[in-house]
Design a protein around this ligand. Structure first.
Ligand code: LMR
Length: 337
């Protein structure tokens, strides 16, 4: 039906008024920086802590006035127990949990926890860069989580409040703090030890008070959390890896203005290169600092000791092969040169 000239005029005024009305919040949005909260559980002088600060610096430089990144280290904003839910609720925009902490969202990611799967962090890096590793970044979008990058920490060492700590028999019956991972639980059960899932922020006190006897972690986490001050021996087992996935809320990410998403992606790529280059150096330096502190003894292992640990932990592979998938395990194994 044709509208009368006066109706058309009224419609036109309404459209213009609407445009003016709509442009006001759009302008505010353009002027107000988008706040990106990045929460993590470790100290600032760690691979993840330094990576997060680098991301802030780069993102704010690439998107001046458009983005403000706030970094919250040391479980200040959210600890292990809450950070995933907080991300899904929109209370935080970036987190970087260890790969061990995602098994509620995808079973496949458990591949990273298989003991003695990777020879070193170089192999971990190759697997993460492979098509199979990259696919895992997108494997949780149906649960609202989008992986933006992998960040390295390093290989895990085992510590206890006992001496000796050299052979698998030495940990029989001991209580170990573990991250929230069923694979790690099975790993300690295979050793005849008693694993206890616990948030990272509670580990120091649990070690100090004897709630647990030991734990497994990287040199960087051991040093920055002072675990070496409340442990007797650290065995250099390199039996597994602690690395991270930087994840965001998939809906939030998709809803960002295109230029902001592009700038944040670039900042993430550069921060990833920076953090991953740094990780090994930080771990080696922290190992030296632990040695110099002279509190916990560092126990190096011979070839047959390593073989014994490997053999004791072997049943874990069989137990999780079905959930993870043989092809993914093979793809990871291929990364060992
Ligand atoms: C742990 O819980 O031991 C680690 O995953 C902490 C971290 O984020 O490195």
């Amino acid at each position: 039906m044709n509208s009368t000239p006066s109706l058309r005029r009224r419609q036109c005024v309404a459209v213009l008024a609407g445009a003016a009305f709509l442009s006001a919040p759009a302008l505010v949005a353009a002027q107000t920086p988008i706040t990106v909260k990045f929460s993590h559980v470790v100290a600032e002088k760690t691979p993840k802590g330094m990576g997060a600060l680098k991301f802030k610096e780069l993102a704010e430089k690439k998107l001046p006035g458009k983005v403000q990144v706030q970094v919250f280290p040391s479980s200040q904003l959210f600890g292990d127990a809450k950070e995933m839910e907080a991300l899904l609720l929109g209370d935080v925009q970036l987190i970087a949990p260890s790969l061990s902490k995602f098994d509620r969202y995808t079973k496949k990611i458990q591949v990273f926890d298989l003991p003695f799967l990777f020879d070193d962090i170089g192999a971990v890096d190759s697997f993460q860069s492979s098509p199979a590793g990259q696919a895992l970044l997108k494997s949780m979008t149906n649960r609202g989580l989008l992986g933006l990058a992998y960040w390295h920490n390093g290989m895990k060492q085992l510590s206890t409040n006992r001496d000796p700590l050299k052979r698998p028999e030495d940990v029989k019956g001991l209580k170990f703090r573990i991250q929230a991972s069923d694979v790690l639980e099975a790993q300690f059960r295979a050793l005849g030890a008693n694993p206890q899932k616990m948030a990272f922020s509670e580990v120091y006190q649990a070690l100090q008070t004897g709630v647990v006897d030991g734990q497994e972690n990287t040199w960087s986490n051991i040093y920055s959390q002072k675990f070496h001050e409340v442990q007797k021996t650290i065995a250099e087992t390199n039996h597994g890896v602690i690395d991270y996935m930087v994840v965001t809320n998939a809906k939030w990410w998709d809803g960002l203005p295109a230029d902001v998403r592009k700038g944040l992606s670039e900042a993430m790529a550069e921060a990833t290169t920076y953090a991953n280059k740094l990780a090994d150096d930080i771990n080696q330096e922290d190992r030296k600092k632990i040695e110099a502190a002279g509190k916990a003894k560092i126990q190096t292992l011979g070839k047959d000791d390593v073989a014994a640990w490997r053999k004791s932990m072997e049943p874990v592979w069989k137990k999780f092969e079905g959930d993870i998938g043989r092809d993914l395990i093979d793809a990871a194994l291929k990364a060992n040169k």
